[in-house]
Design a protein around this ligand. Structure first.
Ligand SMILES: Nc1ncnc2c1ncn2[C@@H]1O[C@H](COP(=O)(O)OP(=O)(O)OP(=O)(O)O)[C@@H](O)[C@H]1O
Length: 667
């Protein structure tokens, strides 16, 4: 390897001093840029640069909707190349890898080589590389082995194609790379065609999504492909002006000299397509668009470019009927989601992203510690979306025995196996038909069931045990886990292809101890539990001490534990308020290491605390003070508690802490 690197550096130095190489012109030009413009030293070997999670999140957020659309394309492409040793990267226009699919068993090697989420691949930083040079030139290309500038990267073969946004700006780069490959560059020819083809598909999908409320015009040079796989796609506004286009359309029409209709001079070659009227470019105007809809025979949907007369076949998609006025209102969160957040920043982010995914077709993964509300969020997503009236079926994959999980999920035919019910079973997947299937603890699903689940997700059909023909099914899958699925994949317990199918949209719920809206949540839960009991009076308020104890506690069981604690407190509270002594003991303990509150994750800033022994705590020894009160009341704990206006349990706890033993127990 050292020798190969030394020979490579020699070649780079020769180019740097002006010699030509036998390499492709695009590679040669890139090497020159690396030396002349980016001032890269051929002898310096650069390590892969991987962004921190926070920085990566910023890059991903900037692409947002585009990333969701691109995900489908990525998964389709990966299905074609998996098993061939390739990984798949999607970078933004700055070269930051914002999405990644690859074989996680090679995780460390891929990370080291920079073939990983968060890796930076710009030409000024990493030298000639498929992504960086694609960004620099706007061209699809393969950078094969020693085509790379940096000698660190010469074992890699990388093939990339640009993905443009509907205004002609570079949006992303799609790349497939491998850690090793055969020597001849032609071995990557098919890879190049595949990447170009999927970049084209992603571009079109993004355009159709962005302009779903406008006229879309699909054009193709081939009669047969006009409808199914168009080369050129335009979005057109109600006034007949072009408002979006794919790159091939830009190249085709941009090359045309456009003659002005009323004797105006021809427009500049390659002028932007944006804002041009259809009749400036074609031999028809916006009024003709209905003639090109699907209902007309393809042979009659022939159009021509105005200047060159090039003939194309067209299909026009009209905009959907005008939306009701109600939905023209500014977008706000659907109520089921709005109710999940009381102002915590991380929660607001989760809920905001969830709102965008309410009706997305893709599967969703909810990640979070136990009890953080993963199922609650899944139900809210279901209730907020178009599937709301349909079933929501929750399955706890950890609770089903391995032997039953397939029959439970996928169903079986009558008598399919020994012990099967004579009537057969529909299975939970089919029960969820039309609605949402919530797979809780997906990380605990046995591998065999994962394979079958993958088939359901990919093919949208289910094969009950004992049946030979699959049954079509229409479900949205939301999975949840508290496990690190990447680790599960690496350990061979979770299928990587299932992981990649699920991780397109991940929502991570914060643990309760980190939530800034705990007090709001407590209020909501108290009101809900009170309403559930049919209470007409307002729910009992919490004393400040009790509230502070709740804020000081770390909540390892998260919202579930909080719900239980509040239910308990409501049940035992005898007075008009819920006090410290009404809380479960281990939670109340969080408040009183020395008679004062422990600073906990939510503890309020220090301020005078109304504590049962506050006088004693300030003026003298709290143990002596308590002992005095007990003595006054003849060691009757209830009477002492009444006198101090606290709960009996508080007195007992303080007695234990201070080692106060009543006289009748002293021996
Ligand atoms: N935002 C919320 N408002 C009210 N109650 C909630 C909220 N989130 C969760 N809960 C309640 O908290 C409890 C736990 O929630 P959930 O079952 O959704 O958590 P989970 O993360 O799925 O737990 P696990 O990991 O153990 O399956 C449930 O009783 C649920 O009703």
């Amino acid at each position: 390897m050292r020798q190969a690197q030394a020979a490579h550096i020699d070649e780079l130095v020769r180019v740097a001093i002006g010699e030509r190489t036998a390499r492709d012109a695009i590679i040669h030009a890139s090497w020159r840029r690396c030396v002349d413009e980016h001032k890269l030293d051929p002898e310096v070997l650069r390590e892969a640069r991987i962004l921190t999670e926070g920085r990566l999140r910023e890059h991903r957020d900037a692409l947002d909707d585009f990333l969701h659309t691109a995900r489908f394309g990525l998964e389709m492409l990966y299905r074609q190349i998996s098993g061939l040793g390739y990984v798949l990267l999607l970078t933004d226009a700055k070269g930051v890898t914002v999405d990644f699919i690859g074989d996680l068993t090679f995780n460390n090697m891929l990370r080291q080589a920079g073939l990983y989420l968060g890796a930076m691949w710009s030409e000024p930083q990493m030298g000639t590389c498929a992504v960086g040079t694609c960004i620099a030139t706007g061209e699809a290309l393969t950078v094969h082995l020693t085509d790379h500038f940096d000698a660190t990267h010469i074992p890699l073969t990388c093939t990339a194609a640009p993905v443009f946004d509907p205004t002609g700006e570079l949006a992303a780069v799609l790349d497939i790379s491998a850690l090793k490959s055969p020597e001849p560059k032609q071995s990557q020819f098919l890879a190049l065609q595949l990447v170009k083809s999927f970049a084209h598909k992603i571009e079109i999908a993004h355009l159709l999504n962005r302009f779903r409320r406008d006229w879309i015009l699909k054009l193709s040079a081939s009669l047969e492909f006009a409808d199914i796989d168009p080369d050129y796609v335009l979005a057109v506004d109600a006034g007949g002006r072009i408002i979006g286009f794919n790159n091939r359309a830009r190249q085709l029409i941009g090359r045309e000299p456009v003659a002005g209709p009323e004797g105006r001079p021809p427009a500049r070659r390659n002028a932007s397509l944006l804002g041009r009227r259809l009749d400036e470019v074609f031999d028809f105007s916006a009024d003709d668009l209905p003639r090109f809809t699907h209902s007309q025979p393809t042979t009659e949907r022939v159009v021509r470019l105005a200047a060159s007369g090039t003939m194309l076949f067209a299909e026009a998609l009209p905009p959907p009927p005008p939306v009701q006025r109600q939905s023209a209102a500014p977008p706000s969160l659907p109520p089921p989601l709005r109710e999940l957040c009381g102002g915590d920043t991380a929660m607001r982010d989760v809920v905001g992203r969830a709102a965008k995914l309410v009706n997305a077709q893709m599967s969703l993964l909810i990640h979070g510690e136990t009890g953080t509300g993963k199922e609650h969020l899944a139900k809210a997503l279901h209730a907020a979306g178009a599937r709301a009236g349909k079933p929501f079926v929750a399955v706890n994959c950890a609770a089903l025995p391995d032997t039953l999980i397939e029959a439970e999920l996928f169903g079986y035919e009558p008598g399919a196996f020994t012990g099967a019910s004579a009537k057969g079973r529909r299975g939970l997947v089919l029960e969820a038909d039309g609605g949402t299937l919530f797979l809780d603890e997906i990380g605990d699903m046995p591998l065999a069931s994962q394979t079958r689940l993958l088939r359901v997700l990919a093919e949208r059909e289910v094969l009950p045990v004992g049946r030979t023909r699959p049954v079509p099914v229409n479900i949205r899958v939301i999975a949840a886990t508290h496990r690190d699925l990447v680790e599960e994949v690496k350990a061979g317990r979770f299928r990587d292809d299932l992981y990649f199918r699920l991780n397109g949209a991940v929502l991570t719920l914060p643990p309760l101890r980190q939530r800034a809206d705990l007090e709001w949540l407590i209020g909501r839960l108290l009101a809900a539990s009170h309403a559930g009991e049919g209470g007409r009076e307002p729910p009992k308020p919490l004393s400040q001490t009790a509230l502070n104890a709740l804020k000081a506690y770390a909540w390892p069981g998260n919202i579930r534990e909080l719900v239980n604690a509040l239910d308990y407190a409501c049940a035992v509270a005898g007075g008009p308020v819920i006090d410290l002594g009404d809380l479960p003991e281990h939670i109340a303990m969080a408040a009183d290491a020395d008679g004062w509150l422990q600073p906990g994750p939510h503890a309020a800033p220090a301020r005078p605390e109304v504590h049962p022994f506050s006088v004693a705590a300030r003026d003298g020894d709290p143990a002596q003070q308590l002992q005095a009160v007990l003595r006054t009341h003849h060691w009757n704990v209830s009477a002492a508690a009444r006198a101090l206006n606290v709960d009996r349990t508080t007195i007992h706890r303080q007695m234990r802490r201070f080692g106060i033993v009543p006289p009748n127990r002293r021996n």
